[in-house]
Design a protein around this ligand. Structure first.
Ligand code: MG
Length: 337
């Protein structure tokens, strides 16, 4: 098993501003695993808040040796092996895991979604995120997002109400709200859950700082809308801790170390009677298709990577009526432009 990889700078259509920071591009690693003449494609998207970058990814990959790994792949063993090299580095671990799932699909000539029992009829609508911006730009972005039937709004600043009202001036689509830990005052956060409910918001992500489960739990207890843990829930071990703090969790492949552990997290959440939102970072079609393969097992999807970036090197995934379309092509079905 051979691994090849290269850095890739994924450019965003608009500077992406959320509570806490702003950026215009995201460093990626595009990775290939080669096995008996077949190639599996993977991707790491390294957003600043998880502490990964090209240097950490490169240092990690220099220690990875998959010569011991043979088909059929044992993904538990793979993840244990990757975790034994270093803690953290979930995005680069995800790149390897995703590439191996793509490869497995190509070896078996079946699409990745069949590994998890995902069915198109259960595919949820996906939202498109509108980052913080001026009112004029917000209106422009909402109109551009006309293919999506749900808009996700980034809240967590003193301008939350103004932002939501601006969106409401151009669309009555249902909304997701993401505070990205930006609400600091419990009384205000509680009031906002009710106000957002009145405005047609379907869920709220990470209202309070991730290190304060008590505050998040108190928001949840009285909220008329599901409260979803995102920054506080990264890998399988975090799901149990989220019970009683959030109604549900936001799973992202770049946090969960890939598809295998994301699937385990979905199963664990079900066991705990918690809902799942499947989300993404700034990603190309590779990780988006990997997320879409799991999305039918989740209540909600927020897989808007291809809509928010301008140099996706692959064909955009099939998308109709606000939903991704699962295809029959082997593996993830990534097509190079
Ligand atoms: Mg979020």
């Amino acid at each position: 098993m051979k691994i090849n990889w290269r850095p890739y700078q994924l450019e965003l259509k608009y500077p992406f501003t959320i509570s806490g920071f702003s950026r215009t591009a995201t460093p990626l690693i595009l990775l290939e695993v080669e096995y008996e003449g077949l190639i599996g494609l993977g991707e790491a998207s390294m957003v600043p808040y998880l502490g990964e970058n090209l240097e950490t990814a490169s240092a990690f990959l220099s220690k990875v040796d998959l010569s011991w790994l043979n088909y059929p792949f044992d993904f538990d063993e793979l993840i244990n092996y990757l975790d034994s090299i270093a803690d953290g580095n979930p995005a680069v671990k995800a790149a390897i895991d995703i590439a191996l799932h793509d490869l497995q699909g190509k070896i078996e000539n079946r699409p990745c979604h069949t590994f998890f029992g995902s069915k198109q009829e259960n595919m949820p609508l996906t939202s498109q995120t509108i980052g913080m911006d001026t009112s004029e730009m917000i209106r422009k972005k909402v109109l551009e997002a006309r293919g999506c039937k749900i808009i996700k709004v980034k809240v967590g600043s003193e301008k939350d109400k103004e932002l939501v009202e601006t969106i409401r001036s151009v669309t009555d689509k249902p909304l997701f709200a993401d505070a990205n830990q930006g609400w600091k005052d419990l009384g205000m956060a509680k009031e906002m859950t009710h106000w957002l409910y009145e405005k047609g918001v379907l869920l709220i992500e990470q209202p309070m700082p991730k290190h304060n489960p008590d505050a998040n739990a108190r928001v949840m207890e009285q909220s008329p809308i599901p409260i979803i843990g995102d920054e506080s829930v990264q890998r399988l071990r975090d799901v149990k801790k989220a019970k009683g703090v959030y109604h549900g969790i936001n799973i992202k492949l770049m946090k969960s170390a890939g598809m295998h552990e994301a699937f385990q997290m979905i199963q664990k959440a079900r066991e705990l009677d918690m809902k799942v939102l499947i989300g993404c970072m700034s990603e190309t079609s590779i990780a988006t298709l990997a997320g879409a393969a799991l999305a039918p097992l989740c209540a909600w999807a927020d897989l808007d990577g291809p809509f928010l970036t301008k140099n996706n090197p692959y064909t955009n995934p099939g998308f109709e009526n606000g939903k991704y379309v699962l295809k029959d092509s082997p593996g993830l079905g990534v097509e190079v432009l």
